[in-house]
Design a protein around this ligand. Structure first.
Ligand SMILES: Nc1ncnc2c1ncn2[C@@H]1O[C@H](COP(=O)(O)OP(=O)(O)OP(=O)(O)O)[C@@H](O)[C@H]1O
Length: 581
């Protein structure tokens, strides 16, 4: 049963077990609500007996007071356990749900993120998790518990007096059926409502991410119009969804109250006919009120439970994704990177690399060149197992990288990509990301080697200056030098450089090139460079065009052929003389 609950509600094993416990406690608490009814009847019986026999009503006062207090204490204890099992367990599960989502996301190949909307993932992590917290702390356990407790209380009522039991309970199946029968309608409105809300969140996130381009293209009005349309659709959808839920739930709740009327009528008739004692009549009246209250709430919550379906599905779609796995024991015999007949496609049927074979040897600089879109960056990322290949193998030191745990593998790589990512933190910490635990002195030494030190010291608080979101307060060249400093600090045996010096001015470029050449000694270097000057000193050139290796060899060997490399070198020599009029 635990497994089934885990699957249906996207819970951990402990979460499923805790849900069972919560249902049991809610069930016990629902039954305990009948205890005060018993206490009142017990006391009333005593008073009636005393009045009939002419005894003192005060006789046994302490016993009844003690009994009432015991009921009170028992109720308190039971509700305390119910509270702990509902809320504490739910919030523990909620924390572990978020952690396991984050863990899964950490282990997913980048292909997953390529196919998913970022704002969709954000809303799953934040909004969906919160909705499920609410659902598991307030709705689901109470829903199950009410079904069981109503059954038990119903049987007890039938045992006491089947006519009164019928008068009370006939409305229950009708009210539940009315709510459950509306599921399809509520499902459809609820799903539309959630999708509308997501569309608004997407639109806001898109606007925030692209605000610079929106302004640059004077598209503010068009953007606002689009957002307003989505907001209007959301408002309409929310009202419709609430109305659809409200109509059915309120009707079902009203229907439930009809039971009180039939209880009074039936009880009154039986009482008048002498077929029911006054005490029993009183007891059934109390019991009906006690029964309908939690049931009314449950009806309200059934609708909320229907709406959670979509959120659970979205959560499950992440949790059940196949994650990248592999051995954590990785000691390659060397750090040669070998592409062995590698094919790769971001989307099925849309191949980006086709039968790519080459080796980037340890101690050598291997340059990937070729026309834009030829697959150079893709090859670099496959070398670090950011994605898994669709055909062939990528080997590091003779080991297939797809058999190595991605985080273990990445310890062997330092990377500087075109799109530098900086975090909202100090400059010091942004560089320290290269090697956790590096001392301030080591960070500063790396910054010096990457020619960052000078501009960092000019920042308002030097190395302790906070960098804005993704380094927005720094120039492109400065961002890139910080990322080079990170790579220098990491000092890994494999270096991947993707246009590493693209945003640097000539003075900085030669300074960084000098720092890089010190770092690169003895390492496996895979560099992507558009400028032929950057790759003149490479040990090996691999030309990638339309996803295939069209040439490979030393620069001088390739210059002798009249292939793409030579053509690119000549073109760049010509363009070196190009100037603005
Ligand atoms: N994340 C991605 N999802 C889908 N397609 C992608 C992705 N990244 C790249 N591509 C596509 O894969 C192909 C190769 O891209 P890649 O970036 O590897 O080429 P490149 O040779 O490095 O180009 P450039 O020199 O312009 O950076 C291109 O057609 C590109 O549109």
């Amino acid at each position: 049963m635990t497994k089934k609950l885990q699957h249906v509600f996207a819970l951990s094993e402990k979460g499923a077990k805790d849900l069972v416990k919560a249902v049991i406690w809610c069930f016990v608490c629902n039954l305990s609500l009948m205890l005060p009814v018993g206490a009142v009847l017990f006391t009333a019986q005593h008073l009636l007996d005393a009045m009939e026999t002419g005894g003192s009503p005060m006789e046994g006062f302490w016993i009844y007071t003690g009994f009432a207090l015991a009921v009170l204490v028992l109720l308190f204890v039971l509700h305390w356990f119910q509270y702990a099992s509902l809320y504490l367990a739910t919030y523990k599960e909620s924390a572990s749900r978020r952690v396991s989502l984050a863990e899964t996301l950490r282990r997913l190949p980048l292909s997953f993120f390529g196919n998913r909307d970022l704002s969709d993932l954000t809303s799953t992590m934040i909004a969906d998790c919160s909705s499920l917290d609410q659902m598991f702390s307030h709705y689901v356990p109470q829903l199950f518990a009410s079904v069981f407790s109503t059954l038990v209380i119903g049987v007890a009522m039938f045992v006491c007096d089947w006519r009164m039991a019928l008068a009370i309970l006939w409305v229950v199946p009708a009210a539940v059926l009315l709510t459950a029968g509306s599921r399809k309608i509520q499902d459809s409105f609820g799903t539309k409502n959630i999708l509308n809300k997501r569309a608004v969140a997407d639109c806001i996130q898109e606007g925030l991410e692209t605000i610079r381009d929106i302004k640059a293209c004077s598209r503010q009005d068009a953007y606002m119009e689009k957002l307003e349309k989505k907001l209007a659709a959301m408002e309409k959808g929310s009202i419709r969804s609430e109305l659809a839920t409200g109509v059915f739930v309120c009707s079902a709740q009203a229907f439930l109250r009809l039971g009180l009327a039939t209880t009074i009528l039936t009880g009154g008739a039986l009482l008048a006919a002498g077929k029911l004692s006054f005490l029993y009549f009183l007891g059934f009246l109390f019991a009906a009120a006690r029964l309908y209250d939690p049931l009314g709430l449950v009806l309200q919550n059934i609708a909320a439970t229907f709406n959670a379906k979509l959120q659970i599905e979205r959560m499950r779609s992440i949790l059940e994704q196949p994650v990248q796995k592999g051995t954590e024991e990785f000691t390659p015999k060397n750090y040669d990177i070998t592409f062995d007949h590698v094919s790769f496609a971001y989307r099925e049927g849309d191949g980006v690399l086709e039968d790519v074979s080459f080796t980037a040897k340890q101690g050598e600089v291997t340059a990937l060149i070729g026309p834009s879109g030829g697959g150079k960056s893709t090859a670099c990322k496959l070398a670090a197992r950011f994605w898994d290949v669709t055909g062939g193998k990528v080997l590091l030191g003779g080991t297939d990288v797809s058999t190595v745990d991605p985080e273990t593998l990445l310890r062997s790589y330092s990377m500087v990509f075109q799109d530098v990512v900086l975090f909202r933190d100090t400059v010091m910490e942004n560089i320290r990301l290269g090697r956790r635990g590096a001392s301030d002195e080591e960070v500063i030494a790396a910054a010096r080697a990457a020619r960052c030190d000078e501009f960092i010291r000019e920042l308002p608080r030097g190395y302790q200056t906070m960098i804005g979101e993704n380094g927005s307060t720094l120039s492109g060249g400065e961002r890139q030098r910080i990322s080079i400093a990170r790579a220098l600090l990491k000092d890994a045996p494999v270096i991947l450089l993707d246009e590493a010096t693209a945003s640097l001015d000539v003075e900085n470029e030669s300074a960084v090139q000098e720092a890089l050449s010190r770092l690169l000694a003895g390492k496996t270097v895979l560099v992507i460079a558009h400028r032929m000057r950057t790759v003149e000193a490479a040990d090996k050139i691999v030309v990638l065009s339309e996803g295939r290796v069209t040439e490979q060899g030393t620069p001088s060997e390739l210059m002798k052929q009249s292939g793409l490399f030579r053509h690119m070198v000549e073109l760049q020599r010509q363009s070196a003389g190009w100037k603005l009029k």
